[in-house]
Design a protein around this ligand. Structure first.
Ligand SMILES: [Zn+2]
Length: 335
């Protein structure tokens, strides 16, 4: 029998037990981890294996209710130092209720928030540690700019931001619309130099001094009577404008030129509205497109809310079960 030092086991586990997200980039409302059964038998070999498996397993902490953190405190406080990613699934349509207090998660670097809506400047998180530099927002039903007002306060060190939702803000009509394109659609559209955000998003996010990249993932549908064509995207610097506005307003060439100049921040004055205000460190804005499987027009907001009603057990139940099971595991780290 060979006894492997725990330190070496730790290194092996940290390299081998890396759980790839089970969901693709645009899904929301479900756990981003595989089932515990995948690693359960490994965790039962010894107490050392158990601890190392739990540590790897809880690098991503998935939670559906703030009360899960009470269980962490009482049953498995190691999660506070193990967790690097905090995946919060909230079906609240308003955040007047309780929030997740993250003050003890001192090693987090990423927060994923699946939430259908935020109140004007509230996100259901508080005391976000300054180590968090990556934010992934998914499933917002109405991603209007005001929804992002709290981000600068909560995430002052943010460097990367992803958003995935079914609609996008149109800076011309100030509404959220589903994206429709004519012709072929690229998988992604990448702008450099910090351009390419909806103009109102740019204003609100401009207070994030370290923000380097933003990715916005939206589904699209196609149609024969659609005006919006991405065959020459850099010409129009498309940044979320809806098909309706493009069809009506871009026929006026002078208007189109002034609007694009405004999006580039090159208008000499504000007579056409405030110009683009780039977050100071922003380099890359990427739009990622995925073909809608159905007709988005027929989906109602209530139906979209159903996406958040997953079958997953609560994290508290899982923690209670894991702690209970740990009691019967033998000592030793032999392999
Ligand atoms: Zn519009």
């Amino acid at each position: 029998m060979t006894v492997v030092p725990v330190e070496l086991l730790h290194e092996i586990f940290s390299h081998v037990l890396v759980f790839e997200p089970v969901s693709v980039v645009h899904t929301h409302g479900a756990s981003s981890k595989p089932q515990w059964e995948l690693v359960r038998s490994l965790s039962l070999a010894s107490k050392a294996f158990r601890n190392l498996t739990l540590e790897a397993w809880f690098r991503v902490f998935v939670t559906r209710t703030p009360s899960d953190l009470t269980f962490v405190e009482e049953r498995l406080p190691g999660i506070y130092s193990w967790a690097r990613e905090f995946h919060c699934i909230s079906a609240f349509s308003s955040v007047s209720g309780p929030a997740w207090d993250l003050q003890n998660f001192l090693r987090l670097h990423t927060i994923r928030l699946d939430c259908p809506s935020f109140d004007f400047n509230k996100i259901p998180l508080q005391n976000v540690p300054p180590t968090v530099f990556s934010l992934d927002l998914r499933g917002m039903i109405w991603p209007a700019p005001y929804a992002f007002e709290a981000i600068a306060n909560l995430f002052p060190e943010l460097r990367t931001m992803r958003m995935s939702q079914k609609k996008i803000w149109c800076g011309l009509c100030h509404t959220c619309s589903q994206v429709k394109f004519a012709g072929s659609v690229p998988q992604s559209l990448i702008y450099n130099d910090g351009l390419g955000l909806p103009i109102h998003y740019a204003w609100i996010l401009s207070s994030l001094k370290h923000l380097q990249s933003v990715t916005i993932a939206v589904p699209f549908s196609t149609g024969v009577n659609v005006s919006l064509n991405l065959s020459d995207p850099l010409r129009d610097l498309w940044a979320g404008e809806c098909d309706r506005c493009v069809g009506i307003l871009y026929g006026d060439e002078e208007f189109r030129e002034r609007w694009i100049a405004r999006k580039k921040g090159t208008l000499a004055d504000d007579s056409f509205g405030r110009g683009y205000r780039k977050p100071p460190a922003l380099e890359i804005v990427e739009w990622a497109f995925w073909a809608s499987p159905g007709n988005l027009e027929v989906e109602e907001d209530d139906e979209e809310l159903l996406d958040f009603e997953g079958d997953d057990d609560s994290e508290a139940d899982e923690i209670a079960e894991l702690v209970s099971e740990s009691a019967g595991i033998p000592d030793g780290s032999s392999v």
